[in-house]
Design a protein around this ligand. Sequence first.
Ligand SMILES: Cc1cc2nc3c(=O)[nH]c(=O)nc-3n(C[C@H](O)[C@H](O)[C@H](O)COP(=O)(O)OP(=O)(O)OC[C@H]3O[C@@H](n4cnc5c(N)ncnc54)[C@H](O)[C@@H]3O)c2cc1C
Length: 213
Amino acid sequence: VKRLPARAAYDRATIHAILDEGLVCHIGFVADGQPFVLPTTYGRVGDRLYVHGAAASRMLRRLRDGLPVCVTVTLLDGLVLARSAFHHSMNYRSVVIVGVAVEVTDPAEKVRALEAVVEHVVPGRWSSVRAPTSQELKATMVLSLPICEASAKVRTGPPLDDPADREIPCWAGEIPLRCLALPPVNDPHLPPGTTPPASVIGYSRRRARPSGG
Ligand SMILES: Cc1cc2nc3c(=O)[nH]c(=O)nc-3n(C[C@H](O)[C@H](O)[C@H](O)COP(=O)(O)OP(=O)(O)OC[C@H]3O[C@@H](n4cnc5c(N)ncnc54)[C@H](O)[C@@H]3O)c2cc1C
């Protein structure tokens, strides 16, 4: 991280915590000279990030063939409103991982990776759903990316206005933002009156937010 390196972190705990709270990663790669950045879900097991998709996916096939990849996860914590247009900002936690992914072909690891993706989205879900059939596994490609070359960047705190601007009669501060689950909606095919499980009713992505300036 070159711009504002004081906001950078490279330790596993920070990087893993951001990855574990995020829901969507953006996968950047260049195919035939054209850059693409595609959103997808993911899971993490130790120092490996797993992404999955249709075996026919162009993105996954290209990445499997060794195309360099950049994966980004962003958590938006707040809008930072300064007294000048220039100093407006956002509070965030983000991770950038670069590297080369490999296809997971070992059947046991493939199932573990898919479990990690499901558990990443809704902890406790895997044990209550039907496991993938061999046909579904065949139709699904799983890639594994080492979380090795990775950086985190974190901004917290109020706007960093120029001292001279503090006299300007304009509200300044932060509008905190967070990902909030609304009450779950039952599938119409459920028997009437079915109560969602605790993992659904109490669903939250919220983890401890960083504090400080
Ligand atoms: C929600 C949000 C809003 C932002 N808004 C702006 C904006 O409006 N304008 C702006 O210039 N920047 C913004 N940033 C910061 C932006 O992501 C870059 O960090 C910044 O632009 C520096 O770019 P650079 O070209 O100097 O980075 P580079 O020199 O290309 O980066 C070098 C290396 O630093 C690491 N790195 C860079 N940025 C990040 C990051 N965000 N997280 C983790 N690792 C990183 C990567 O490993 C990268 O390879 C925002 C970030 C977030 C998360």
